[in-house]
Design a protein around this ligand. Structure first.
Ligand SMILES: [Zn+2]
Length: 252
């Protein structure tokens, strides 16, 4: 399930450039994307399908009531001066998990079509990102005051909608695969930002004869022992490690 939130609306036009109002652009993209997702069998909820005003908080509340798995807010960006900036960027509450994956998939898909990829940024102050209970992404589909971006959007509109749907569908199926994967437990004996310190601990654990794993993710090194499909076995290993003086934590 997916929740789509066309931003702005009603008295809130969003950005305006040469008579084109962002609120209309957002709605146009969202309705097309929603149709595409529904055609693929992915149920969609909308925070609005007409030109009505909602606060960002209301949009988040509506989405939370649907219990959707993802929340996607589609915007057009705007620079202070026309033509100053161009490209797509996506905002997330924090750069981790399914929201980051969806954001990266969206940027990548639109980058392939020809938009400049600006990046994914954490913006925890944005209400629709902070107040939504599911992974949420705010995607800026190019700048409304960039003629280059508007040209890309108009010339490739159907392809862009399909690419956005691909990004959503790809993220959903990846999440399902991960959820179905066998759950395993590991005993963590330390986390470090410095690789040298992580390697030193790995050597210490190895010297004691434990099956140690060094897991590196986004600049954080986790030193773990395992994996175990049964929690009981992880607990037994944790006891052994503690006896050897390691401080431990069971992760899954
Ligand atoms: Zn906007």
């Amino acid at each position: 399930m997916h929740s789509l939130a066309p931003p702005h609306g009603g008295e809130d036009n969003g950005a305006v450039f040469q008579g084109v109002r962002e609120k209309d652009e957002n709605l146009r993209i969202v309705l097309a994307l929603g149709r595409e997702l529904e055609n693929r069998g992915i149920p969609v909820y909308y925070t609005r399908t007409t030109d009505v005003f909602q606060t960002p908080f209301e949009k988040a509340q509506i989405a939370n009531q649907t219990g959707a798995d993802f929340f996607l807010s589609i915007h057009r960006n705007s620079g202070v001066n026309p033509g100053e900036y161009s490209g797509v960027e996506s905002l997330v509450y924090e750069k981790s998990g399914p929201a980051l994956e969806l954001a990266e998939n969206i940027n990548g898909a639109l980058g392939e079509i020809g938009f400049k990829e600006i990046g994914v940024f954490a913006e925890p102050e944005i209400a629709v990102l902070r107040r939504t209970e599911m992974p949420a992404v705010l995607a800026e589909i190019g700048f409304i005051n960039s003629e280059e971006d508007n040209r890309i959007l108009e010339e490739n509109f159907d392809e862009i909608v399909k690419s956005l749907a691909d990004a959503v569908e790809g993220t959903i199926s990846e999440e399902q695969i991960q959820a179905q994967a066998v759950r395993t437990y590991r005993v963590q004996v330390g986390t470090f930002r410095e690789k040298n310190r992580a390697s030193q601990l790995v050597e210490r654990v190895k010297a004691e004869g434990f099956p140690v794993i060094l897991d590196a993710d986004q600049g954080i090194y986790r030193i773990q022992v395992g994996s175990y499909q049964e929690l009981e076995n992880a607990v037994t290993m944790e006891r052994l490690l503690r006896r050897r003086g390691f401080s431990t934590l069971i992760t899954d």
